[in-house]
Design a protein around this ligand. Structure first.
Ligand code: GAP
Length: 498
């Protein structure tokens, strides 16, 4: 039977990946804590993201903005007025529902972005009642998702925990452009916590109230939004495309080369096509099956208040195709809004065109760390019936622990410890001497350790050890001296055994 989201939550708790927050006090909905393996996996995937999107490029630099900012930031960005979901409340038991989700669950239609009036109409027409007690639901109303707080000892200045990391990029845009001496087109990346007071957090890490985002705002000269110098890097990539038109005509998604999608104007700007290809290649380079990903265009009714066109990268979760990453065309909405509200000129001088411009963000790849974490786990999870245990086939670069070190028998503990001490200078390793060697391999498989090193009696004679590959169970012998570089090679993609 396929693994469901609740099974994944149980697995994550049992193995030390993720725990319900404050469970000893009964827990609190929408908040999760990462355990000893989860924190490693999460850190690894964040590092890989930063390396791929920032360190390996010349056109993107990173920042780390604060969580609480001047409240005017959120007025200018439109979040105070428009960052809302539609709330439905039971008139009797007071159970609260996110209107679009309730309508989707009951009527099996897409209701993302629906306004309160439309939700009210559907609730009335279809006689939708409280799912808990069966009573009537009250009128649907907008509910702002931002968590508010007060700044200063005497209070008085109401502000918010940031609901997205993006705004800090816009408020620091001019400083970064100047100090990092960036030239258009260029991007600014940021990763960090975001907070949304979700009406009904659900599906484990998929929809939380506290989560992390990894975002890039990519700034382009307003006259150059139709030209992307990097499109050739991804244009031949075949991607599952699900355009607004396909959705409106009840057609399934269909594989298409990115260059064809641009040529046929299905994807309207080459920048969107480029970043979709780039983000898909980041996931596949870390082991995600491309057939589990698709690019879906937002319908007119579901676009955010700032967006001209939006494409989501969706993943085939056990509970359906759902958003993993959002990519909105924010135009010059944010820089203009902050210029107006702050009365500071946020235009920049573009040397090539010799013009002063407010750049456009045609495309904003915005990825949730916690959703990416779930995707890597689902794609890696294998119940290997022949082996009789779960094999978590995480890519070695993101696997929490890289190497398991085992003495074949306890008598070899001293020798095995020596190997462990030298390996742990290079990799996060795990030492295990309890139980049969088969049991130890199974334990390592279940938490995704890609390589296990066993010290046996041969080691005493010729200084060699057995190294076992998690995914194939293939084993080779390697001299202890060459072990770190051998493992380094494997992590970086060298085939096993060579
Ligand atoms: N700056 C654009 C922005 O924040 P978004 O589509 O609202 O766009 C981007 O969020 C990504 O953040 C989503 O694709 C998702 O991966 C993640 N995300 C959003 N809300 C989330 C939540 N409540 N829990 C977990 N992840 C969330």
């Amino acid at each position: 039977m396929a693994l469901g989201i609740a099974d994944m939550a149980v697995f994550c708790k049992k193995k030390g990946f993720v725990y319900p927050n404050s469970e000893i006090y009964g827990g609190i909905s929408g908040f999760w804590d990462y355990g000893h393996l989860g924190s490693e996996l999460k850190n690894n995937l964040k590092q890989m993201w930063w390396k791929f999107h920032v360190h390996s490029r010349e056109d993107i630099v990173g920042i780390d903005g604060s969580i609480i900012t001047h409240p005017k930031v959120w007025v200018a960005s439109g979040h105070v007025e428009s960052f809302v979901d539609i709330l439905l409340e039971c008139t009797k038991c007071r159970e609260r529902y996110r209107g679009d989700q309730l309508v989707e669950d009951v009527l099996k239609i897409s209701a993302d972005g629906m306004k309160a009036d439309d939700i009210n109409k559907l609730v009335r027409e279809n006689k939708i009642h409280c799912r808990k007690c069966g009573s009537a639901l009250g009128e649907a109303s907008p509910f702002n998702l931002m968590f508010s707080t007060e700044i200063g000892a005497s209070g008085g200045l109401k502000s918010y925990l940031r609901p997205e990391t993006a705004q800090l990029i816009f408020t620091n845009f001019k400083l970064v452009e100047e100090h990092a001496r960036m030239k258009l087109p260029f991007g600014i990346a940021q990763m960090g916590k975001a907070f949304r007071n979700e009406i009904s957090p659900r599906d484990f890490l998929f929809r939380c109230r506290e989560f992390e985002q990894m975002e890039i705002e990519y700034f382009i000269h307003p006259n150059q939004t139709g030209k992307c110098p990097f499109l050739n890097e991804v244009e031949d990539m075949e991607v599952n495309i699900f355009s607004a038109e396909m959705q409106e005509n009840n057609k399934p998604h269909s594989p298409m080369k990115l260059k064809d999608a641009v040529k046929k104007k299905i994807i309207q700007t080459p920048w969107h096509a480029y970043f979709l290809g780039l983000e898909i290649s980041w996931f596949t380079s870390l082991g995600v099956n491309q057939q589990h990903l698709r690019a879906r265009q937002h319908l007119r009714t579901e676009k955010s208040h700032y967006a001209l066109d939006t494409w989501d990268l969706e993943y085939k979760f056990p509970f359906g195709w759902k958003e993993l990453l959002g990519m909105a065309n924010r135009t010059d909405y944010d820089l203009k809004a902050h210029s107006e509200h702050s009365k500071k000129d946020l235009s920049i001088f573009d040397e090539e065109s010799k013009q002063k411009v407010i750049p456009h963000v045609v495309c904003e790849p915005s990825l949730g760390v916690d959703r990416a974490f779930l995707v890597f786990l689902f794609d890696a999870y294998n119940n290997d019936e022949a082996r009789g245990n779960i094999v978590l086939k995480l890519h070695p670069k993101i696997a929490p622990i890289k190497v398991g070190v085992f003495p074949l028998v306890n008598k070899l503990d001293g020798e095995a410890r020596k190997a462990f001490e030298s390996l742990k200078r290079n990799f996060y390793c795990f030492y295990d001497r309890s139980g049969s060697i088969g049991r130890r391999y199974a334990r390592a498989d279940e938490i995704g350790i890609p390589y296990c090193v066993t010290i046996d009696f041969e080691t005493l004679k010729d200084n060699s050890v057995t190294i076992r590959d998690r995914d194939t169970t293939e084993q080779v012998r390697v001299k202890i001296d060459g072990l770190p570089s051998f493992i380094e090679g494997l992590i970086n993609g060298k085939p096993f055994g060579r």
